[in-house]
Structure formats: structure tokens, C-alpha cells
Unconditional design. Structure first.
Length: 477
């Protein structure tokens, strides 16, 4: 097959996929992995199948994949497609650049530096530095590595015994903090989960108590991680108060703003990030609220020298890094060697919409979340399970006369929703309660989408209830 014909075939499929999101259809056709593996040819042949087979395989993939660009997709902390970002993703893959040196990635290096400088300015790190990473998990790990570097400057060279080193996080923080504890060598047991208030925000007084308890028991506090937009509730820890405590105790303050960092664009909602400028490091995912294709995540640090020391292993790579380019090579601020160009897509999207476009997006998502919240509050059988700070809306069915197991009820409704494939909304837990978590971060989602979601869930609720003996599930009126 000629190259031009093949590329046109690919372009046709891209357009078809994008246009399908505006037509009636399903988010997913749920197929058990045992069935999918039997009905799909996954084998790697000894003799190649040729380019026509590539197109067939792509068609197979597109039929079975979750349609994350559809408005009904509200499952994780991301969704939809940014068209300028898609263009950047295609061109970045086409040019196949690695981001370790200016020599290999001249304009891409300058683009990445421009983005990191602007994001740093937005969070108040005007003289700082940063790197694009594989996601918020990697960003949290970098923040804790920087904290370790400050507490034990020789640890990068000589190693350390991390059994007494203690870090503090919200009890509702992302699990990646545990991964970070594993990687940097302090272990899971040295992550202290600080109690939250009824809104899912870390309590500063509880943080102070935990730090003092650690010192009494002979541990060494070294880092506090606050969360700007928790995974389930979308809660924002009181950043300023936590930062004040951390610095008064001589600890590094890292902010996991992977989900909530984009609040900083909005004049209406930027107060959620108040105090960020006093932090020592921040991670912020552009592939979440800003809608860039996965992956596109920034790690920002106030003191550039600390990140440079954490990543100084690259200094021995004489075949890559040279003294004359010391101040420009991005690889000197990264744990990665080979690293794809994730900057181009964000740069193109930012130049298309500007700061004002991001602010408008944030405000629109918050308005949609408010709409869904108000509908839930008015619904006779639905219960809002948490106050809302961001675009996470947590709710469940909780009819007043129901005497069955509410967790089983909501789990069954969610199972049927997934089986239908019309919507995709997360099942989560708040405490022991099974809940629905709808996340508004998809540019195609509208009030109509949210109304239809509640209509389908309500219909499924009635189906489940009718399918059970009423005397077993409702008290007598």
C-alpha cells in the first residue's frame, strides 16, 4: 500500500472517531476479558500480515475501545479531546524527538522551557525550574526526592537509611504517595495519613499533632504533601496553613495539584489554590482539567538547584551532555533519559486558547458540577455524599424507606449502568459507603448530558427495586 493512501486511511478513521462523539452511541460495549481475548486475533505472526492488516487491526481496536471523547464519559479525572493538543501529539510522534538535549530537540526545548516558566509564574515560582513528567505520581515522587535532598544532601551519592524518615499526607491523598515512599526508600509505614475534616480536607491541628508525635517517638519529619483536588471528593487542603506549619517545623512542602492546579486560571475559583506560592514544589497535570492528551504533566520547584542536584546523575553522560549547553539541556532536570516531547501539544493548545480560554473552561466545568449537584439535591431518592469544592460530584441512592443494604443497591445500579454502556461514571467509596463519583472534565459534557445521566440512573434504580421483593427492601409506610 502506498504511503499516501495509508495515511489518508488513518486520517479518515481519526475523523470518523471524532465525529461519532456527536452522534448517538455508547461509551463502551462491555465485554469480559475472557470473551474479548477469544474473539480477537492477538497473536504476533512469524511472517508479517502487511499494511492492509494494520488497518483491519486498527478498526478492531477502535470498535472495542472506551470512547473517552464522548460527553457521557465522566469516569476518571480526565476526558474528551483537545483538538490542538491532538495535532501536537501527532506531530510530536511524527518527529520522534527525545527531550534530553537542545542539540536533539532545539525548538521543543525552548517550548518546554516557555511552558514551565509560565506555569511556574502562575503558581508563584518565578525564579524556579521544572520538568514535564509521566504524570502526577512521578511529580509527587520528585517532590519527595527534593525533600530528601534538602534534609540529607549526601543521600543521592551515599544512600541513606530511610527507616526513621517520615512524611505527612492527607488521609484522602492519592495512592502515589505510597509508591513514592517505596521508591525513595522510606517505606509505606513512614507515610503518616493525617486526619481530615468532614469536607475531606487535611486538618492543620492534626498535622501539628502528628509531627510532634513523630519527634517524641524518635522519627525524623522531612516532608508534608498537601492535596489540591483529592481523587474522590475533589477537596482542597488548606494550603497556606499547612505550608506555614511545614516551614515552621523545617519541612519541605509539596503540593499534589495534579487534579486541581488549573483552578489557578479562574478569578472565581483561584482562591482554592491560595498559599501555593509559599510551597517548595508542585505537580500539575495538564492532561486532567486542561484536557490535553495523555500524558502531559508538570513538576515545578521553587529552587532550581535542588532539582538539578536530584537529577545530577546525568552529569556522567559525556555522550549526551556538554558543558557549553549546561544551561539549556532539559535532561539535567529530569529523572528520565529518553523522554517524549509532551510540550508541543500543550504549547499549541495554550496558544490557541490563552489563559482566558483555560479560565473559561474551568468556570464552565464548575457551573456544570453545580448543575448536577442541584439536581441531586432535588431528587427524592438521591443523596449528596460530600460537600463539593471542585468538579467531583459524589452521590448515591438513599431512599428514605429503604431498609436493604445501600452499598449493594448502589453497586447493582452501577453494574447495570456499565452493562448498558451509555454512561461511564466511577464507583468509589467515602468511608464505608459505596458512591457514584461523576467528574466534570470533558468539553463535550453539557447540562443535557448530566440530566440524561440522572434519568438513566433513576430508571435503573426502579428496575433494581422492582426486581427485589418489596417487603424485604422497604419498611411499611
Amino acid at each position: 500500500m502506498e504511503l499516501e493512501v495509508f495515511i489518508q486511511e488513518i486520517a479518515d478513521r481519526i475523523l470518523m472517531y471524532l465525529e461519532a462523539a456527536d452522534k448517538p452511541g455508547k461509551v463502551a460495549d462491555p465485554i469480559p476479558h475472557t470473551s474479548l481475548s477469544k474473539t480477537t486475533d492477538l497473536q504476533l505472526p512469524l511472517e508479517g500480515n502487511g499494511m492492509n492488516a494494520v488497518l483491519d487491526d486498527i478498526d478492531t481496536y477502535l470498535r472495542s475501545c472506551v470512547k473517552t471523547n464522548r460527553p457521557e464519559f465522566m469516569n476518571p479525572l480526565w476526558g474528551g479531546i483537545n483538538t490542538a493538543g491532538l495535532a501536537g501529539e501527532i506531530i510530536a510522534t511524527l518527529t520522534n524527538t527525545s527531550m534530553y538535549t537542545y542539540e536533539l530537540a532545539p525548538l521543543a526545548t525552548l517550548i518546554e522551557q516557555t511552558l514551565l516558566k509560565r506555569m511556574g509564574e502562575l503558581v508563584g515560582f518565578s525564579e524556579g525550574a521544572g520538568t514535564l513528567t509521566t504524570g502526577g505520581s512521578n511529580g509527587n515522587m520528585l517532590g519527595m526526592l527534593c525533600a530528601r535532598q534538602v534534609m540529607l544532601p549526601s543521600s543521592t551519592q551515599s544512600g541513606f537509611d530511610g527507616r526513621s524518615m517520615v512524611a505527612y499526607v492527607s488521609s484522602e491523598s492519592h495512592y502515589s504517595v505510597l509508591m513514592s515512599a517505596n521508591v525513595i526508600g522510606i517505606g509505606h509505614q513512614n507515610i503518616i495519613k493525617v486526619a481530615c475534616d468532614e469536607h475531606g480536607c487535611m486538618r492543620p491541628s492534626a498535622l501539628e499533632d502528628e509531627i510532634q508525635r513523630t519527634r517524641r517517638e524518635g522519627g525524623i519529619p522531612f516532608c508534608v504533601v498537601s492535596t489540591a483536588g483529592t481523587t474522590v471528593r475533589g477537596s482542597f487542603d488548606p494550603i497556606k496553613e499547612i505550608g506555614d506549619i511545614a516551614h515552621a517545623e523545617g519541612l519541605w512542602h509539596h503540593i499534589d495539584a495534579a487534579w486541581g492546579g488549573s483552578a489557578i486560571f479562574s478569578t472565581k475559583h483561584s482562591a482554592l489554590m491560595a498559599g501555593v506560592a509559599s510551597a517548595d514544589s508542585v505537580c500539575w497535570d495538564a492532561h486532567k482539567m486542561m484536557g490535553l492528551p495523555l500524558i502531559c504533566s508538570a513538576f515545578l520547584v521553587k529552587n532550581s538547584e535542588i532539582l538539578a542536584r536530584v537529577c545530577a546523575h546525568g552529569n556522567v553522560a559525556h555522550y549526551l551532555f556538554h558543558e557549553e549547553s549546561r544551561n539549556i539541556d532539559a535532561g539535567r532536570y529530569s529523572l528520565q533519559c529518553g523522554r517524549r516531547n509532551d510540550a508541543l501539544k500543550l504549547w499549541l493548545a495554550w496558544r490557541e486558547c490563552g489563559d482566558a480560554g483555560w479560565a473559561s473552561l474551568v468556570d464552565r466545568y464548575m457551573d456544570l458540577a453545580e448543575h448536577l449537584e442541584s439536581r441531586i439535591l432535588k431528587h427524592e431518592n438521591l443523596e449528596l455524599m460530600s460537600s463539593r469544592m471542585w468538579t467531583n460530584v459524589c452521590f448515591r441512592f438513599s431512599p428514605k424507606d429503604y431498609v436493604g443494604d445501600l452499598n449493594e443497591l448502589n453497586s447493582e445500579i452501577r453494574r447495570r449502568m456499565m452493562q448498558n454502556g451509555n454512561f461511564m461514571v466511577s464507583r468509589s467509596n467515602i468511608g464505608d459507603d459505596v458512591i457514584f463519583r461523576a467528574v466534570i472534565s470533558n468539553p463535550k459534557t453539557s447540562e443535557h448530558t448530566l440530566n440524561e445521566l440522572l434519568d438513566e440512573l433513576t430508571l435503573l434504580y426502579h428496575e433494581v427495586v422492582r426486581g427485589l421483593p418489596s417487603e424485604d427492601n422497604f419498611s411499611e409506610s
